[in-house]
Write a protein that binds this ligand. Sequence first.
Ligand code: FE
Length: 337
Amino acid sequence: MLRSHQYYFAIALSCFISLFVIPPVLAEEVVVYSARTERLIKPMFDEFTKETGIQVKYTTDKEGALLARLKAEGRNTPADMFITADAGNLWAAAQAKLLRPISSEVISANIPEHLRDPNNEWFGLSIRARTLIYNTRRVDPAKLSTYEDLAGPQWNKRLCLRTSKKVYNQSLVAMMIAEHGEEKTEQIIRGWVGNLAVDPVSDDTRAMEFVAAGRCDVTIVNTYYYGRLMKKDPSLPLAVFWPNQENSGVHVNISGAGVTRHARNERAAIKLLEFLSSDKAQNLFADVNMEYPVNPEIAPDPFVATWGDFKQNPINLIKAGELQIEAVKLMDRAGYR
Ligand code: FE
């Protein structure tokens, strides 16, 4: 048994000691919900942790599931950052008040204006180009020119398209509405539908397989699918054509990210975004999926570079979101299924 003076001495001593014991430093971390698969994000996160000591925890799922989760969790969400493909999806997250505006000079300098939200709630981190792929045995590329031209009689029964249900096509048509207005865009889409060789197909790869097999001659796809297909079978009679080089440029979209409305680690999340837009991460982010860096200072992957340079459409991608519903209705009216 301690005598009372010893007891008080023990308490005093332990208080004294505790003044000098440094509390454990909580490791800084950032929590990411990502619709981009683990394979496409982990290398960047590892590099970021190596450089900054900030840990990255992440959950990957389909964008719909992650959005529903962010909504349901509300202010209790552990997520600081949301990553997904397509400006239409990022815009939807911002509309649902799931993201917060941030300001960073580093990000503004690294990411061109048309590839980020004017309200600074989301930012493009890689570019996906939605371009024309044609059958090299059946099409003289000199006959190709623009997306709009694919509506003309020269392409009757020669076109394949992916389904209009996919956000990639909804964004493409939304951006066409931004450029041409509804009336002209509807004429173009009607022309496409009239030129279809087969009903719209389920995905970009299938559309290219149909082109390669001669069931149609030309299609519109994201180039990374072309890259994957050609790596698997370089003998396929397919090639890239960059349309609209004399006018509006190639339709581009992004994979990107935003800081969540209820982020607890905003500072770390901004640091991660800055890192992802930097020289060091830009190649990693773009190259793992054969996409293009958003940062114009950075060259694409050598294999991707063999497809040539192209001029991109400079209209701000927020239009892909703002006009998405109009685009869906328009495609429906035009009979594009
Ligand atoms: Fe995709």
